[in-house]
Design a protein around this ligand. Sequence first.
Ligand SMILES: [Zn+2]
Length: 153
Amino acid sequence: MDVLAQLNLDFREEKEQEVRINEMRKRASRCVCRYCGNPLTLRKLTYAAYDEAKIEIYCEHCDRIEYGTEPEIYKIAKYYVNKLGFDHYLYMDESVRKTQMNISVICSILEWGYKSIEILGKDGFTVDIHFDENKISDVISFTNTLLEEMQGD
Ligand SMILES: [Zn+2]
């Protein structure tokens, strides 16, 4: 490969790396951990197998690489698991870890739904949302009432 082509390739890789880090920086400052709900940081991790260092989004609390979720999605998922008793891991004993794994499952389902109707993108929500945490339980009360009415038939 000639020198110009190599320089061009190096420049493109550097540019792609810069774009990736910027996206991760925005994500880390906006999102929370899908397991514990804590804020995320960026961390430089070294992969011995590839002999290279890579910047990753990280949860210091869980001590793991974590892509994260929007804080509103985490709160809705946490409510769903804690108050409605959603349990994807029936075979596991109750533990903090199990609760966190269940919250993470609901976060993924909500993200999938929101992305499929294009109100969630890589930079967060694509529309203005009006998130009032108290409304989460209002919606549930309505559903319970509806269920009772249906059972009364
Ligand atoms: Zn965490």
